[in-house]
Design a protein around this ligand. Structure first.
Ligand SMILES: Cc1cc2nc3c(=O)[nH]c(=O)nc-3n(C[C@H](O)[C@H](O)[C@H](O)COP(=O)(O)O)c2cc1C
Length: 257
């Protein structure tokens, strides 16, 4: 195996990190097969629990398939989340789902702008590869719930989007709750699972600068500084900030109060 030269690419990495945004509407400009190959080639260098590499990728360019995915999303996922969000105080609902039921059809069209992207990379996983590696990969007791499989798949999806950004392409991450409809459209056999869908294309709008908490607020030295633990009131402020900020980028949640 050839040695890889020590990099000194922090500035380039920062530029790519800041330019990558979740973009939910794309122009008609196509994405080449070579670009899609390069994205996947980069993404599969992601870390994985026990180097299990449980990921595979389905590249989709066919418009009809994209519309079938949109249909499944609208019918199996979007409505479910909409009604779930109605269970809580409108103030805290995700802005995507904060409108009256009679506006659902119109809002759904906005929510699925990703389906008009020139390409999509569906990231799928083979859970056997991860679960077969280390028994503790089935449950990560450190955080009480998230399996190592989810963490691993999070890494590969992040790298997919980062690789796209490094080529000047934009992307998003479209998470799904259901499996069956997508499984049928994508011809996905058991025990494979759809993890997430990543539309890829050229951005149809310029997002504002990325919004992140100040770095210094996140760092503790030697021991956790409990005096800086977020209070309940501060947490609500934070929630308000992220909800308010995402209204625009999600294209139209209308708070009722
Ligand atoms: C685990 C996870 C799930 C996400 N699910 C979705 C999704 O279903 N739809 C979507 O449009 N964006 C989704 N996002 C994107 C986030 O909303 C986005 O990363 C965040 O608002 C920060 O914005 P940025 O990516 O433009 O920096 C998801 C991100 C992560 C990490």
């Amino acid at each position: 195996m050839t040695a890889v030269e020590t990099p000194n690419t922090y500035d380039a990495l920062m530029q790519t990190l800041k330019w990558r945004r979740s973009i939910r509407k794309f122009t008609d400009e196509p994405v080449s097969d070579e670009e899609l190959y390069k994205i996947i080639d980069a993404a599969h260098y992601a870390m994985s629990g026990a180097n299990s590499q449980p990921w595979e990728f389905i590249v989709i360019k066919d418009k009809e398939t994209m519309q079938k995915l949109r249909f499944v999303y609208e019918n199996d996922d979007y409505q479910f989340t909409y009604w779930l969000e109605q269970q809580r105080d409108p103030k805290y609902r995700h802005p995507y789902f904060n409108y009256p039921p009679e506006e659902m059809e119109e809002q759904m069209k906005r929510a699925t702008g990703w389906a008009d992207a020139p390409a999509m990379i569906a990231i799928v996983c083979d859970p056997r590869k991860q679960f077969g590696s280390v028994l503790s990969a089935r449950a990560n007791l450190a955080d009480g719930s998230v399996s190592v499989l989810s963490c691993t798949m999070g890494h590969v999806s992040m790298l997919t989007q980062l690789a796209a950004a490094s080529l000047g392409l934009s992307s998003a991450r479209i998470d799904t709750n259901s499996q069956d409809g997508y499984r049928e459209v994508l011809g996905l056999p058991e025990p494979m699972r759809l993890y997430t869908m990543v539309p890829v294309g050229h951005r149809a709008y310029q997002p504002g600068p990325p919004r992140r908490l100040p770095t210094e607020d996140l760092i503790h030295y030697e021991r956790y500084d409990a005096n800086r633990l977020m209070t309940g009131a501060k947490f609500l402020e934070h929630l308000d900030m992220i909800r308010g900020a995402s209204k625009g980028s999600y294209g139209g949640g209308k708070p009722k109060d």
